[in-house]
Design a binder for this molecule. Structure first.
Ligand code: MG
Length: 455
């Protein structure tokens, strides 16, 4: 709606309850979501944040008030809720979570009947209902009824085990260190890994809304205790999840924490070996190492805007088999075309079981690209003008999927895109040589800085 602030960001609605959003807001946005869904039942679940139980009750009230029945799935990972919506006959789902954000944040993710986050267009429809206050209000005798859903987690673990060769994994009896980060996968992933015959060593395994272990975001910096534990125990693999368990970041047997595009390339290789000619979806900012692997299998990589919703929706549109982001989000369509940390872990184990080589060796077989990331401050009001000014200065092959992606030859690129969450423009580049990468940054960074300064 023009003139009204957008509520949905890159991934759902997020903010600090009590500061950015009142409790009434959560009731009303749930009324809007319920009005949008029209049909029942709706499944509601939440992550381990301190504000989650309260917000879940507010959201439940909102949905009941528009006359829809609600089932409470309790505390679980986001992908477990999504899989339950898809497979247990729900007409929609709402997850109370702020994913990897710090503990004071919370928010909602909204899933359609297929378990996938609603599309950008549908997000706008929900916002429109919210701003116009056009809620369907049920009478006292037609309000919805509230029930419990107790099978969501067992259904999820079973669903994942069926998508991999569990016997082949069991035969290898892998040792795996799992850093649950006090997040929601603590109630699911360790049980899955035990089911797959792994010897499991858990770190930060108690759900705790303050995320006292290492924070809710898994990155090479925050996963250093995982890396140390993998080395100390001589484990085959380490894995760390984000707060709501949809992203997984892997650590190899040498104790090196890997970014998602390199481990994602191995998973792409594994998936395409089982689904010949399958399509792969990833964002404009993911490394071309994915294309390298896909080419080997005669498959095509299709790029989207940055954001997992865009990846998932494009997967459905193109009937793609695999989707990924460089932050460790992987979507395996035969399971569900949304990010799933536990499914990705099972795929990694399946890959390792098949290749009989340590992960560090398998990673070394991939081509290496140099990468560099920068950002410059730019107030939101100036962003469009700056990007327009920049557009006049670029030459050669340019892609406009999200921001500007400038290619230099076939294997070097620079992506400049306004952030969806902060008042900055991000600059991300990749090339085969460091010299080529620095040359691209030297060419465009001053142009961007000047444009931002002059506004
Ligand atoms: Mg997440």
């Amino acid at each position: 709606m023009t003139g009204k602030p957008k509520l949905f960001g890159t991934n759902g609605i997020r903010g600090i309850p009590g500061k950015d959003y009142t409790l009434e807001f959560f009731i009303e946005i749930a009324q809007a979501i319920g009005t949008f869904f029209k049909k029942a039942p709706i499944l509601i679940g939440y992550d381990g944040r301190n504000s989650s139980p309260t917000l879940s009750k507010a959201v439940t009230s909102g949905v009941l008030s528009v006359g829809l029945d609600v089932y409470d799935a309790g505390l679980l990972p986001t992908p477990a809720l999504q899989f339950a919506v898809r497979t247990l006959g729900y007409k929609g789902g709402i997850m109370i979570t702020a994913s990897h954000n710090p503990s004071q944040y919370n928010g909602v993710k909204v899933m359609g009947a297929d378990g996938v986050e609603v599309s950008r267009q549908q997000e706008s429809e929900i916002e429109e209902i919210y701003y116009r206050k056009k809620y369907r209000e049920a009478d006292w005798n037609t309000v919805g009824e509230a029930y419990s859903e107790t099978k969501a987690i067992s259904n999820y673990l079973q669903g994942i085990s069926k998508k991999v060769d569990a016997d082949a994994i069991k035969r290898r009896a892998f040792k795996i260190v799992v850093d649950l980060g006090n997040g929601a996968q603590a109630v699911a992933a360790p049980y899955l890994l035990e089911k797959l015959g792994c010897k499991v060593i858990s770190l930060n395994g108690q759900v705790d809304g303050d995320f006292p272990g290492r924070g809710a975001e898994p990155t090479p910096e925050t996963l250093q205790s995982l890396a140390a534990a993998v080395k100390a125990t001589r484990a085959d693999l380490g894995v760390g999840y984000d707060g709501d368990g949809d992203r997984s970041v892997f650590c190899d047997d040498k104790g090196v924490v890997q970014w998602g595009d390199r481990t994602g390339a191995l998973l792409t290789d594994h998936v395409l070996s089982k689904h010949r000619g399958g399509k792969v979806i990833t964002t404009v900012s993911t490394s071309q190492v994915i294309d390298h692997v896909a080419e080997k299998h005669g498959s095509k990589v299709i790029r989207t805007k940055v954001g997992s919703v865009d990846v998932s929706r494009e997967m459905i549109k193109r009937n793609a088999v695999f989707g990924l982001e460089e932050n460790g989000g992987c979507c395996y369509a035969p399971h569900i075309p949304t990010r799933d940390g536990a499914m990705s872990t099972a795929l990694m184990l399946s890959f390792l079981a098949e290749h009989r080589q340590p992960l560090s060796k398998l990673l070394a077989s991939l081509p290496t690209f140099h990468q560099r990331k920068e950002k410059i401050e730019c107030p939101r009001s100036k962003v469009q003008g700056v990007m327009k000014a920049l557009e006049k200065k670029v030459s050669g092959k340019v892609e406009r999927i999200d921001g500007l992606k400038i290619w230099s030859g076939k294997k070097a690129w620079l992506l400049m895109r306004p952030s969806g969450t902060e008042p900055v423009i991000r600059i991300f580049g990749e090339a085969e040589s460091k010299a080529e990468l620095d040359r691209l940054f030297d060419q465009y960074l001053p142009v961007l800085r000047r444009a931002a300064k002059n506004g």
